[in-house]
Design a protein around this ligand. Sequence first.
Ligand code: SF4
Ligand code: SF4
Length: 365
Amino acid sequence: MTIGSDLEVVDMDVVLDLRGLDALIRVLAQDGRVVVGPVLRDDAITLAELGSADDLPGGWGVETGPGHYRVRRREDEAVFGHSAGPQSWKRFLHPPRRALLSSDGTGFHAAPESPVSYAFFGVRPCDLAAITKLRQVVGGPAPFVVAAQCTEPGEVCFCSSMGCGPGAGSGYDIALTERVDGDGHRFLATSGTEEGAAVLTRVPSRPAARHDVELADRDVAAAAGRMGRSMPEVDLRDLLAANRDSAHWEAVAERCLTCGNCTMVCPTCFCVSVEDRTDLDGNAERAQRWASCFEIDFSYLHGGAVRTSGASRYRQWMTHKLGTWHDQFGTSGCVGCGRCIAWCPAGIDITEEAAALARTGGGRP
Ligand code: SF4
Ligand code: SF4
């Protein structure tokens, strides 16, 4: 039995109502996990610790576009009826700032590790793929993952053309598919691991009927056809390699503010910088913080920055993300979540820039 194009049911399919969803959050917390999921905060869907299903953004959706993000009321009470928000799960797997070493004047000590057992709740398939890519780099303990298959793509989404959605491929413990219709508000729950199956036996549910699975399958397939954008169907790695000297980079640089927003919101960008702080009492700390390839100092080598122009920095970002990531990790660095488009203050759209390069065919326009 399958739901979505590539999701194999491993163990069991059941249907939860909102009471079952609430019980699922509580069971995960009872087992000692910090359950993190989407909440409505500061006029955006952000990620925070969940105490119950009441914390989820029921009835809220989002409206997105290049340089544009607004929450909006939905006509139903769907809790996963929103596309990607400004935050991603990166901030939990790879915190924005992390102490490495400290000194109180008696010597340097490694910062104490305090690993948290997370349950990520409501992970969209694009972000599921991003978690896999990011953990290839940063490692750390695997979170328990409750995925939410996408039935509500946004205007800036293109996961379908990156092969990262809208169905959850792999890497989840439980996958949910939400549906709100005349038969009520419910979630088809599919286990992807033995641990996920064991958790599902502890929450109130009913067995899934073939009809439930068929509806989920149909909703996810329909989402694939409603993506707001797509990447051009070319070999992006070859395209970027062929366009190293394209004049198009200057055209992007005329709009790009080199603010680094795109790298901060990207769920797979992992670069860090290490900085030391001292005070007059003899205390010192070495910490790492997120860095961006758009910072002028990012390429500082032997007395100067290598990438001094905005054109060279945008080219670096896009070439790594879509091209040389393949050489490093055997896959693209982009999952098609669309965050870099929505949160770019200049509205620069990575799919349009790739299409523009594809049109010029590697030469100067
Ligand atoms: S592409 Fe947009 S978000 Fe990224 S650095 Fe340039 S202006 Fe900022
Ligand atoms: S490059 Fe943009 S669309 Fe791709 S994963 Fe990063 S933020 Fe999402």
